[in-house]
Write a protein that binds this ligand. Structure first.
Ligand code: FAD
Length: 453
């Protein structure tokens, strides 16, 4: 009577339905993580995420050891390794959290097939990596919602399962070998630490101190008043079901606004689950003839390096490089700048984000990029965010720009958003680049490309 629990994007002990089911009735459990070489081959194993992952695995192992168990780590092909471990342990079932990407869907399919052949049962659990499972709510006549507002109405009414405590004891059978835990290397300087303990501490602090002001302050670039829980949600060190429950319990407008953002996460997940091709192709084809690496190399490099000459864009791009994380308002305005002002293929921007973001997530990143590019689910696909208007609204005093663009740190107040207006000598002294493009020029090109006259 042995079960294997394959941990993937659910690296926690609290509120973990697969672990709970696997250890029911005192069964022995092999908690397994496989460093899948297919993830590396797909270029998805970015250093910032690997470092955060290493923290998560160490913490998971520590938590399991405190309960009498340990984490088994393997690397190779995930399906082969699961079958091998199930064989070594004499397991008759494998538990897995459902997930949404094409990669995850194939993994599940291949596992089911291979395990069946070996006489082992695969049990897949919903509402582990999403608060509301994809497909649990769908409009009449379709397999998913393409518009957020009606989705959100249904999502809010959906009954959620109970939140589970962490198991007190995990009994791991002898004789299953493990590799050493990975270590962190080569990452962004300001990268946050990973692990369930860290996530739970952050969550507790957020519910106590941050959430009540969320509605008013979440868009303030310099205020940094969002939860920063995204990497914990990505790696599953926090449970989205538990998060929704605890946020609702705190009550108030801040909590409501925060829960709405968690619903956005589920929304994109249910789109990707139903349309996995949207990870790299237009969800709604607009037949754009985007500029690419070949035709816009200089502009793309300037954007990646935070040297576009638009301070708020550059500040956000530099925050990304330094922290492996960017404020949501920054993500919106930098993505709009690349796809609409510079008219560059959204996939190029999405790739750069995935290379650096510690929360880099196929569903959230690709579908948010598509939302901004107007090839996704935005009901106003041709809107263009003006970086100066954005700067005035969301960084009114210029503090965010001064924090991230040291060349401009000496310019006081909102003047920092338009360094090109400085007088000759001052302008040369700051050593900051000229704008790569006039906004009106970018807008005209985009409108023409989209046939907007
Ligand atoms: P909070 O404001 O505290 O929100 C709480 C949680 O809600 C977040 O952790 C996240 O899980 C969810 N959330 C918030 N906003 C969104 C949103 N717009 N869409 C979906 N879920 C949301 N988020 C990722 O987790 N991974 C990504 O790779 C990613 N790429 C993005 C790319 C672009 C171009 C844009 C515009 C947004 C992207 N987002 C992504 C969504 C959002 O920017 C981040 O989730 C958020 O900034 C994370 O910070 P936070 O945890 O402090 O968010």
């Amino acid at each position: 009577n042995v079960s294997v629990v394959l941990f993937t994007s659910d690296l926690r002990l609290h509120d973990h339905p697969p672990l709970r089911a696997a250890s029911a009735g005192g069964r022995a459990v092999v908690p397994l993580f496989v460093r899948d070489r297919a993830v590396d081959a797909a270029g998805f194993a970015a250093p910032n995420r690997l470092a955060f992952l290493a923290d998560c695995l160490r913490d998971l192992d520590t938590g399991l050891r405190e309960r009498g168990g340990r984490l088994v780590v393997r690397s190779g092909d995930v399906v082969e390794e699961v079958c091998r471990v199930a064989g070594e342990a004499g397991a008759d079932e494998v538990h897995l959290a459902a997930d949404v990407s094409r990669y995850a869907q194939r993994r599940e399919e291949r596992l089911r097939h291979a395990l069946e052949a070996a006489g082992v049962r695969l049990r897949v659990h919903d509402a582990v990596t999403s608060a509301v499972a994809p497909g649990a709510v769908a409009p009449a006549g379709s397999d998913h919602f393409a518009v957020f507002t009606p989705y959100f109405r249904r999502w809010t009414r959906e009954r959620q399962r109970d939140v589970l405590g962490a198991p007190r004891v995990v009994r791991v059978p002898d004789g299953v070998g493990s590799e050493r835990l990975p270590v962190n290397e080569g990452v962004s300087q300001g990268l946050a630490a990973g692990g369930e303990r860290e996530g739970r501490a952050r969550l507790a602090a957020w519910l106590r101190r941050g959430i009540s002001a969320y509605e008013d302050r979440h868009d303030d670039l310099a205020g940094d008043a969002t939860s920063r829980l995204s990497p914990h949600l990505h790696f599953g060190t926090l449970s989205p079901v538990e998060l929704v429950r605890r946020a609702r319990r705190t009550g108030g407008a801040g909590a409501e606004a925060f829960v709405r953002q968690l619903a956005w996460r589920d929304f994109h997940r249910q789109v990707l689950a139903a349309r996995p091709h949207a990870a790299d192709a237009d969800y709604r084809p607009r037949h754009d003839r985007w500029r690419t690496e070949r035709t816009a190399h200089g502009d793309i490099e300037a954007w990646r390096e935070g040297r576009t000459g638009y301070p708020v864009v550059d500040a956000a791009m530099r925050q990304l490089r330094h922290e492996g994380w960017m404020h949501n308002r920054g993500r919106l305005l930098t993505a709009s700048f690349l796809t609409k002002t510079l008219y560059v293929d959204w996939r190029i921007g999405a790739r750069h984000f995935l290379d650096l973001l510690v929360d880099g997530d196929v569903a959230n990143n690709q579908l948010n990029w598509q939302w901004v590019a107007g090839t996704g689910t935005d009901t106003r696909p041709n809107r263009v965010l003006n970086p100066l208007t954005q700067a005035r609204r969301f960084d009114p005093d210029g503090a965010y720009v001064r924090r991230w663009v040291p060349e401009l740190a000496g310019i006081e107040g909102p003047a920092v958003h338009q360094p090109w207006k400085l007088r000759g000598a001052d302008r040369g002294a700051v050593g900051y680049p000229e704008p790569v493009i006039e906004l009106s020029e970018g807008l005209a090109r985009f409108r023409e490309a989209r046939g907007l006259g």
